[in-house]
Design a binder for this molecule. Structure first.
Ligand code: ZN
Length: 174
């Protein structure tokens, strides 16, 4: 299991408005140190736009005034393939609160691929149809392949897995 903290950096800007930045980290202390280091680097470079990536720049922007970094949530995942869960949780905070984050975590990737598909739809359709035709037997064999349900441990065919998970028999072992 990997533990992640969802954190919030907040500060008041010159007009007294609260600015919020959300992030996630495996190590709160180390991450805080990096935000401070990025901030100091940015100051050293005369607050140049060119120092650091967009996220870091926006993050350090709020630190110009009194700021605090606090933990707002935590989540454990099995391994890095489940990082989307962390981004989704972070994204929830970003969507529910006004914040300075440039992109909503957990959404950018999906939107980017949606735009890609839109732009490449015709090309994709033709290529996909060709691929399907060529790999039909392979696809059928794969669908029939028995897999273990990650929720209840039952053995079901890959094609039936989603349907199986909606059934009452599929529940985590007590
Ligand atoms: Zn199951």
């Amino acid at each position: 299991m990997i533990h992640y903290d969802i954190y919030l950096i907040w500060a008041k800007d010159a007009d007294g408005k609260i600015l919020r930045y959300y992030g996630h980290t495996e190590n709160f202390i180390v991450r805080k140190g990096r935000h401070v280091a990025k901030y100091n680097e940015w100051i050293r470079h005369g607050k140049s736009d060119k120092v650091g990536d967009t996220h870091a720049t926006r993050a350090v922007f709020v630190m110009e005034h009194d700021w605090q970094m606090i933990k707002v949530d935590e989540i454990e995942i099995k391994d890095k393939t489940e990082l989307w869960k962390v981004r989704k949780l972070e994204g929830k905070y970003q969507m529910e609160n006004e914040c300075v984050n440039a992109h909503v975590a957990g959404r950018t990737h999906v939107e980017a691929s949606r735009i890609y598909v839109q732009n490449n739809r015709e090309k994709c359709n033709a290529a996909c149809a060709r691929y399907r035709k060529e790999h039909d037997a392979e696809r059928k064999a794969k669908a029939a392949e028995k897999v273990e349900c990650d929720v209840c441990g039952a053995t079901v065919s890959r094609a039936a897995l989603n349907r199986h998970k909606k059934r009452a028999v599929c529940k985590p072992p007590a």
